[in-house]
Design a protein around this ligand. Structure first.
Ligand SMILES: O=C(O)c1ccccc1NCC(=O)[C@H](O)[C@H](O)COP(=O)(O)O
Length: 213
């Protein structure tokens, strides 16, 4: 089966063009103002309008208020909301109901015990994304840190909802990560950047090739 790829944190048209050309199935827009990948809604709307039918535009949020979500979704055509903060299962369900949109919940993983919460989120979210737990330092972002976790934690596991693998994926390790984890969908951000927050179109194309697109 061909692996589906999400290119997360795009911020300029060349990145969207490369992702689409290379066969990405998801394009991620970061709505978190502490991130170097943050895009304001007017630019995000411009980028989202470049995304063809068949490729989904994902809006990434961290513990958003309903007001902020409304502010964004009223301006940017999104297909999926990604929640990457400490949202509880109840809050995930509330957002899904309030916005009538599919929701993907990020689960931060560093050991097998971190998977204990998955079933509760799988009951309410449409999709799951397994990402590396961020480093303990206060300045760390909740995601997009270029850190991988032990993919064998996911080997042979099944859940009731589709899931993506993310965290520290690169051109050099993506094939191994897919083989070990069994992921059918993957997500990358810093592994296709030439500097923090800036996607390199050539790295995007090379990554998509390395992932088998
Ligand atoms: O990418 C960010 O800047 C970001 C900021 C705040 C919360 C989440 C963020 N990214 C989440 C993603 O979906 C990333 O693609 C994922 O963490 C993988 O990132 P990387 O390890 O850099 O490939």
């Amino acid at each position: 089966m061909t692996v589906q790829v999400k290119i997360c944190g795009v911020g300029h048209p060349g990145a969207v063009q490369a992702a689409v050309k290379g066969g990405a199935r998801y394009i991620g827009l970061v709505f978190y103002d502490r991130s170097p990948r943050h895009v304001a809604p007017p630019l995000a709307a411009e980028l989202a309008r470049m995304v063809p039918t068949g490729v989904r535009t994902v809006g990434l949020f961290v513990d958003p208020s309903n007001e902020y979500l409304e502010h964004v979704v009223s301006q940017v055509p999104l297909d999926l909301i990604q929640l990457h903060g400490d949202e509880s299962p109840a809050r995930v369900a509330e957002i899904k109901a309030a916005f009538s949109m599919p929701v993907m919940k990020a689960i931060k993983v560093s050991s097998v015990a971190d998977l204990d919460v998955v079933d509760a989120y799988a009951e309410v979210a449409d999709r799951l994304l397994f990402d590396a737990k961020p480093p303990a330092k206060v300045s760390a972002l909740p995601g997009g840190n270029g850190i991988a976790f032990d993919w064998t934690i996911l080997t042979g596991r099944t859940w009731s909802k589709p899931w993506m693998l993310s965290g520290g994926l690169t051109i050099a390790n993506v094939a191994e990560a897919i083989a070990i984890s069994g992921a059918q969908s993957i997500d990358v951000s810093s592994g296709v950047e030439d500097r923090p927050g800036h996607k390199d179109p050539d790295l995007i194309l090379d990554f998509l090739r390395a992932a088998g697109r």
